[in-house]
Design a protein around this ligand. Structure first.
Ligand SMILES: [Zn+2]
Length: 223
């Protein structure tokens, strides 16, 4: 390609900013005449400010959140709550919203369209809590807070199993009265701990209670 010095370049780029379209085209043709190939021509035209100006990129449209009136969502929430006795927390869980957001729908006139849509999509079935199995084996309806442990385990209680086995061994050799006398527990407590009847029996006990039960010596047991 024909070498153009930087001084020449400076001399031409300035004035060329203000030439007419016709002059621009003529200048471009001249440049192309000296260029060795297309790439060279493109480079020259760019250097001289003769290249077609690139269209400015179109800025993305600002994503304005769309708002919707809360009426239908509010009526849906009230219907779920009153007709089906579903708590707001469960509705929020099913809708993937925060409790606060659901409360806001009941109080305010408009919400994000997506929030309203999420509420309207919630069905009674969505709110049915799945059954969760605690690490202790107890099962319970999943709570809205997502807690995976049963109330007893949350309270620090332990499953009654080991204490129950111990009470069975004690009762095979002693009367309730004798166990009461040696343990200090009431007969009712001893019965409940030792009973396999699920309706009567305790399922969990305090760890201190378990320790006291397990410390009771079984008469005649070989140690
Ligand atoms: Zn548990």
């Amino acid at each position: 390609m024909t070498t153009i010095g930087s001084a020449d370049l400076d001399a031409v780029t300035g004035p060329m900013k203000h030439i007419t379209a016709e002059e621009r085209e003529r200048a471009a043709l001249t440049v192309c005449h000296y260029a060795t190939d297309t790439a060279d021509a493109a480079e020259l035209l760019a250097m001289l400010g003769l290249a077609e100006p690139k269209p400015a990129p179109i800025p993305p449209a600002p994503t304005t959140p769309r708002f919707a009136r809360n009426g239908p969502a509010r009526r849906h929430i009230i219907s779920l709550r009153d007709a089906h006795d579903i708590s707001l927390a469960r509705i929020a869980l099913a809708a993937g919203l925060r409790n606060h957001t659901v409360g806001e729908i009941l109080r305010s006139e408009t919400s994000l369209q997506s929030t309203v849509d999420a509420i309207l999509a919630v069905t009674v079935e969505d709110c049915a809590p799945p059954i969760v199995e605690c690490e202790c084996g107890a099962t319970f309806a999943r709570r809205a807070n997502g807690n995976q442990r049963c109330t007893h385990c949350l309270l620090g209680q332990v499953p009654v199993g080991p204490a129950r086995e111990h009470v069975k061994l004690l009762r095979a050799r002693l009367t309730l009265k004798q166990i009461r006398a040696m343990s200090g527990f009431s007969e009712d407590t001893i019965r409940r701990i030792g009973s396999p009847d699920v309706h009567l029996a305790r399922t969990h006990i305090a760890p201190e209670t378990e320790a006291r039960i397990l410390a009771l010596e079984i008469p005649g047991a070989t140690t």
